[in-house]
Ligand binder design. Structure first.
Ligand SMILES: NC(=O)C1=CN([C@@H]2O[C@H](COP(=O)(O)OP(=O)(O)OC[C@H]3O[C@@H](n4cnc5c(N)ncnc54)[C@H](O)[C@@H]3O)[C@@H](O)[C@H]2O)C=CC1
Ligand SMILES: O=C(O)[C@H]1O[C@H](OP(=O)(O)OP(=O)(O)OC[C@H]2O[C@@H](n3ccc(=O)[nH]c3=O)[C@H](O)[C@@H]2O)[C@H](O)[C@@H](O)[C@@H]1O
Length: 465
């Protein structure tokens, strides 16, 4: 049986970093090297002060502290790590294509292909390649094509091992996963052996019955399907939130009543200003693109509606602010509480806050942002990326401050866009007193209690109520 001694992971991002840290923690006899072309990111992973690692996740810095320089290494020497490894995880970014065929929908596999070509060039002995990135179904065939055509006699097994962690709970999700999914060439002895090698890594801490093995295509497609199902639940409850606002029903009560049916389940039924994050939108768009490319237009339209509903939810929340403030926010100060796409992460990719702020800027608002974990430069970069407003305008009209009280001072309105716990604990009485009146409070996360806020004097609006 193949005994894995050296693992290399290409990509030291939100998935590669935490996933490899947990493997290194649980398997002290395996050397794990995480490599990346981004020198700044690798330097941050190696920062002597472990609090400065580039990704904020509860519990992660402790694990890095325990394993780093024991059997967990971060490096920019990609070739050396590939050469040494028996097993190579590919955990690079697979964003939506921004050019050419499939622009705005298909996954851009440029970075995946570069990894395959680099492995093909460097490898001198047989390797197990593990797709950790989220990929379109049948990508393994393309990888195999590239790897098998070098003519240097090296043999590869390609496994699909999609990651299901959610940001903000990555460590907990990795340590106690609902399931680990491994797809491989189940029909050949070599394929089976490679799968067993990866099963054995996870079996160090995951019960065997939670480790699922399938063929490669099922594994690749299951990841896109899982994200589509999760996002679809959020869009479904968000659709109901708008109907609740018109009818006097309360979306939290509806979600509870519906979710208590064990066939439905209670998770992922929290109405919000819209889902964000680097993956839901990109993975569903990718699914839509794949369906279309097979001519399955009804399938494509069905899933696309999840995205359209999400866009609508973000837009209607921003529009509600403008309409409530007497149809104009021009020159008015709006405080944005929370910029990350969910609490307990510093990741802002596709965060609803970006789109709401962009909308408010188009209405000429003055925006003040506070988020406990997001740096000012990230806020500016996120807005600039949309290209709706010039960099000068954004820097003139958007201010990023260091605490919530400062953000809310003399504001016309507050919008809560990330459900950080600390926003619940603010001195809301003082916040109210320091605002212009009437003081409007828009809760995009159903985080705050309506009754107590109204008692303080706020004009309070929350999603689905
Ligand atoms: N962020 C998340 O919570 C989850 C993400 N995924 C999937 O995992 C994959 C990675 O996602 P993230 O970690 O969020 O991305 P990320 O953007 O945080 O990290 C990717 C890293 O790969 C590096 N990279 C790209 N090409 C490279 C190359 N040729 N050689 C060396 N390094 C290279 C980049 O510099 C970057 O640091 C994506 O396919 C994503 O869909 C899956 C589950 C959860
Ligand atoms: O492939 C991925 O990247 C990951 O995508 C999601 O994880 P993540 O995006 O990190 O975070 P989620 O907890 O799923 O939240 C996504 C968005 O939906 C929102 N959401 C979530 C749940 C809910 O009930 N309501 C709601 O609005 C969150 O606020 C957030 O903006 C999935 O939950 C992970 O299983 C998957 O591995």
């Amino acid at each position: 049986m193949t005994q894995i001694k050296n693992i290399c992971c290409i990509g030291a991002g939100y998935v590669g970093g935490p996933t490899m840290a947990v493997i290194a923690q649980k398997c002290p006899d395996v050397n794990v090297t995480v490599v990346d072309i981004n020198e700044k990111r690798i330097a941050a992973w190696n920062d002597p002060n472990v609090e400065n690692i580039p990704i904020y996740e509860p519990g992660l810095s402790e694990i890095v502290k325990e394993a780093r320089d024991r059997n967990l290494f971060f490096s920019t020497d990609v070739n050396a790590a590939i050469d040494k490894a028996d097993m190579i995880f590919i955990s690079v970014n697979t964003p939506t294509k921004t050019y050419g065929i499939g622009k705005g929908m298909a996954a851009d596999l440029k970075w995946i292909e570069l990894c395959a070509r680099q492995i093909a060039e460097v490898a001198k002995n047989d390797k197990i390649i593990v797709e950790k990135s989220t990929l379109p179904v049948r990508t393994a065939a393309a990888l195999k094509d590239i790897l098998d055509n070098t003519g240097n006699g090296v043999k590869y097994q390609i496994l699909s091992n999609p990651e299901f962690l959610a940001e903000g709970t990555a460590v907990e999700d990795l340590q106690n996963p609902d399931r680990v999914l491994i797809g491989g060439d189940i029909d050949s002895p070599e394929g089976k052996e490679a799968m067993d090698a990866l099963v054995n890594i996870y079996a160090t801490w995951v019960p065997k019955e939670n480790i699922l093995t399938t063929n490669v295509w099922s594994s690749e497609l299951s990841k896109l399907t899982a994200n589509a199902f999760l996002a679809q639940r959020v869009s479904s409850i968000n659709a109901m939130s708008e109907l609740c606002e018109k009818t006097g029903a309360d979306v939290n009560e509806v979600a509870k009543a519906v979710g208590m049916d064990s066939r439905v389940g209670s998770k992922f039924l929290k109405a919000s200003v819209g889902f964000g994050g680097s993956c839901f939108q990109k993975d569903i768009l990718n699914l839509v693109y794949i369906a279309k490319s097979f001519g399955l237009h009804e399938v494509a339209d069905y899933w696309e509606q999840v995205i359209l509903m999400n866009d609508h939810q973000k837009r209607r929340f921003a529009a509600k602010i403008v309409k409530t403030l007497y149809n104009t926010v021009s020159g008015k100060k709006i405080a944005i509480l929370g910029w990350a796409f969910k609490k307990d992460t510093n990741d802002t990719r596709e965060s609803a806050a970006i789109y709401v702020t962009d909308y408010l800027l188009s209405e000429q608002a003055e925006v003040v942002v506070y988020d406990p974990k997001v740096k000012p430069e990230q806020v500016y970069a996120d807005l600039e990326y949309l290209c709706t407003h010039s960099s000068e305008e954004i820097r003139e009209r958007v201010t990023v401050v260091q605490n919530a009280d400062e953000a809310c001072k003399e504001a016309h309105a507050i919008a809560v866009l990330t459900e950080w716990d600390e926003f619940k604990e603010l001195n809301w009485k003082a916040v109210y007193e320091n605002m212009l009146k009437p003081a409007f409070l828009f809760d995009g996360r159903r985080l705050l209690d309506k009754k107590t806020k109204e008692e303080l004097g706020f004009e309070f609006f929350s999603i689905g109520n």
